[in-house]
Design a protein around this ligand. Sequence first.
Ligand SMILES: Cc1cc2nc3c(=O)[nH]c(=O)nc-3n(C[C@H](O)[C@H](O)[C@H](O)COP(=O)(O)OP(=O)(O)OC[C@H]3O[C@@H](n4cnc5c(N)ncnc54)[C@H](O)[C@@H]3O)c2cc1C
Length: 394
Amino acid sequence: MNGRRVEIAIVGGGLAGGLIALALHRRHPDMAIALIERERALGGNHRWSWFASDLDPDGTALMAGFRKTEWQGYEVRFPAYRRRLRAAYCSLTSLDFDAALRRELPEGTIVSGAEVTEVTASSVTLASGEPISARTVIDCRTFAPSRHLSGGWQVFMGRHLRTPEPHGLEAPVIMDAAVDQHRAYRFVYTLPLGVDELFVEDTYYADSPVLDRSALSGRIDAYCRGQGWDGQILGGETGVLPVITAGDFSAYRAETAIEGVAAAGARGGFAHPLTSYTLPIAVANALAIAQEAELPGVQMAAFVDSRARRHWAQTRFYRMLGRMLFDAAEPDRRYRIFERFYRLPQPLIERFYAARSTLADRIRILSGKPPVSVVRAVSAIVGKGTPLTERHPR
Ligand SMILES: Cc1cc2nc3c(=O)[nH]c(=O)nc-3n(C[C@H](O)[C@H](O)[C@H](O)COP(=O)(O)OP(=O)(O)OC[C@H]3O[C@@H](n4cnc5c(N)ncnc54)[C@H](O)[C@@H]3O)c2cc1C
């Protein structure tokens, strides 16, 4: 085949693809890698946040080169109480993600503004017709909902704001659920990015993936007014993420897999089912792939697939909680599940976000008087959820 040849071609320069390229380069500085992204910039228009406790020392080292904002402690607010937790919290913008990768990866590694039209076990073809052949191909393209997966949606709109005066907020409020619920689990998430800079995000665990921009924008206005915040809008983001509560993972993989191609990122199934976050999982996966970087393509595909299946099996508990949230609780009362959860000890909360809950944690989370009807809880636990391709407003 004519065209360029690399050892590893990564399709999709989002969070997962970018981290895999970085981890590979750090471990194998001489390895020829191509990170191919259809947009001009890597990482889209996102802000990724995570708890420092989500990452092990190697993961922390992988993320060390990125410029990020960090806080010691955060707050949650519910109708019945507020709580301040001590855990360190970090946030990275896609602009800084793109900049760090362009700084650190050798010239020619990043191929951006290049849509991939064909992926096989030994090559990718760009929309321009240019082929790139590779010993190993890793597919990190965007996740697409599937009829083999069930659940609901996390719908959100964030706004980056500069206030004329110091806003006075010292620590992130990662859930302010003491707000009108609007027939979902709704909370507002606020990050104090500087003394006069805020990021305010309105989030819904909703039955439908519809993002009503004008309604959400109006609600962010109202929330900011209520907090006494005003100012210039510097930017924003929107998102509609699947919250996977059940499914047939083998059927999903059969539908999306390309023989001999490793599938990583959210597309490969590497997400926290309940929070839809992927960063800690993407970091761990990137490090594992870098460790096995010499594997031929077919073996790399099998290696990543076995990690995905293990992740699916290990996160069953969170999918069951997701069914309780969507199928057992009335939309306006979903917040009570988190209100109860946030009364639990901090280490348990940390392990929950890192998708590392122990058996004792799981028992603790489920014990006591349930915040939803027992009959509906049982039916939700044994239920199959609603396919993610169906829209089902209640
Ligand atoms: C606004 C927003 C905020 C979020 N916040 C967080 C957060 O705080 N923490 C967290 O952990 N998660 C967060 N998430 C979840 C987020 O989706 C994932 O964490 C993460 O972005 C998924 O990474 P990924 O690489 O799997 O997929 P993506 O980020 O979707 O990356 C896939 C990439 O593939 C590219 N691509 C697709 N098709 C092609 C093609 N044919 N050719 C070339 N390139 C292609 C896309 O352009 C994209 O850049 C957020 C998501 C959104 C939308």
